[in-house]
Design a protein around this ligand. Structure first.
Ligand SMILES: NC(=O)c1ccc[n+]([C@@H]2O[C@H](COP(=O)([O-])OP(=O)(O)OC[C@H]3O[C@@H](n4cnc5c(N)ncnc54)[C@H](OP(=O)(O)O)[C@@H]3O)[C@@H](O)[C@H]2O)c1
Length: 307
């Protein structure tokens, strides 16, 4: 079986690691680096990706995997669709397919499906659960498609031959939007819990540092599993807070009016953390980030002492 030509946009933490899986398996992986940062360019080179103009990418790739900030998912799909339509028919791939792998709401996934309708582009909705692939570890790409696109979904699942761990969602009523709904539900719980813990630590700290210390001691005594989780998940969250803002907004839209305000509030929290990190990097206060890190450091000591 000859290795396919794939495209991964963009070469972020996840996209570059996925691309590396493919290139190691022998696939050609295209990307488009127009306007991208030096860090993204360096990751693309390290993963063995080829930088080509978008029309060439649209003409050559059998599958396009969109892996970029969720807020950019619809805009990129539109640019790709336009490039595909403009690509000369003689060089256009006979079967071209696009998988949106971003943490977007089912509504956004459905908007992308509508965008591609009648354009000759097959569409699979995918949601990644887990971190970037590394030695001995693979995240799961849950995927769903419309009933009439069962073959397309099978073809996406076939990328497992080239290193992608795919879990297709099948069953009555499953279609575009369901993989995204699964991702939203999972992330709404995991990232939601981290946001909720961070919110309450900051509120306790704002009341007084002694209150935060008492909260820590009480969690250790009565909710040790939650305190353990805080020591892992808050440090892991800090550098990703900027990306989680958009994700919380997508989750809020997925949940809908009323309870959707929970994740709207968490989007504010992650914005606050991102602002605080920037302040710190610019030599300013960064008090919120300092309070969260201080809480985690103290929690680790308290947990260690209680062993
Ligand atoms: N990382 C994870 O653990 C993880 C887990 C599950 C799902 N995901 C999903 O994967 C997606 C990407 O996450 P990530 O961690 O790879 O993010 P990331 O490390 O922040 O990378 C984002 C990449 O997208 C590029 N980019 C930004 N705006 C763009 C645009 N308008 N057009 C093309 N490229 C653009 C960025 O380039 P610049 O450097 O130039 O800004 C960067 O290379 C998200 O939807 C996320 O939900 C990630």
């Amino acid at each position: 079986m000859s290795a396919p030509t794939l495209a991964v946009v963009a070469a972020g933490a996840m996209g570059a690691a996925v691309a590396r899986r493919f290139t190691v398996a022998g696939c050609t992986v295209l990307t488009n680096l127009d306007g991208r940062s030096a860090a993204t360019r360096a990751r693309a080179v390290a993963a063995g990706m080829h930088d080509v103009p978008l029309p060439e990418l649209a003409a050559r790739a059998d599958w396009v995997l969109s892996i970029l900030p969720p807020s950019e998912a619809l805009a990129f799909a539109t640019r790709y669709r336009d490039a595909h339509v403009r690509a000369e028919s003689k060089i256009r791939s006979a079967k071209v397919a696009f998988a949106d792998c971003n943490a977007v709401s089912p509504e956004t996934a459905k908007k992308i499906a509508v965008l591609f309708a009648g354009s000759g582009i097959g569409f699979v909705d995918a949601g990644i659960i887990g971190g970037p692939p590394r030695d001995g570890y693979d995240p799961v790409f849950y995927a769903s498609a419309e009933l009439e696109d069962a073959e397309l979904l099978e073809s996406f699942a076939g990328l497992s031959k080239w290193g992608l761990k795919v879990s297709p969602l099948t069953g009555e009523g499953v279609g575009v939007g369901d993989a995204s709904a699964l991702k939203m539900s999972y992330a709404g719980i995991t990232k939601g819990l981290t946001g909720l813990c961070s919110t309450m630590i900051l509120a306790a700290h704002a009341s007084s540092p002694a209150t935060a210390q008492a909260l820590l001691n009480e969690l250790n005594a009565s909710q040790p599993a939650i305190l353990q989780r805080i020591t892992r998940t808050i440090p892991d969250m800090l550098p990703k807070a900027y990306r989680w803002v958009g994700e919380m907004k997508e989750i809020s839209a997925f949940v809908g009016a009323g309870e959707g305000e929970i994740h709207q509030g968490l989007a504010h929290l992650y914005e606050r953390v991102e602002r605080s990190l920037k302040e710190e990097q610019e030599g300013g206060g960064g008090q919120d980030v300092k309070a969260l890190r201080g809480f985690v450091d103290d929690a680790k000591k308290v947990i260690e002492r209680s062993k």
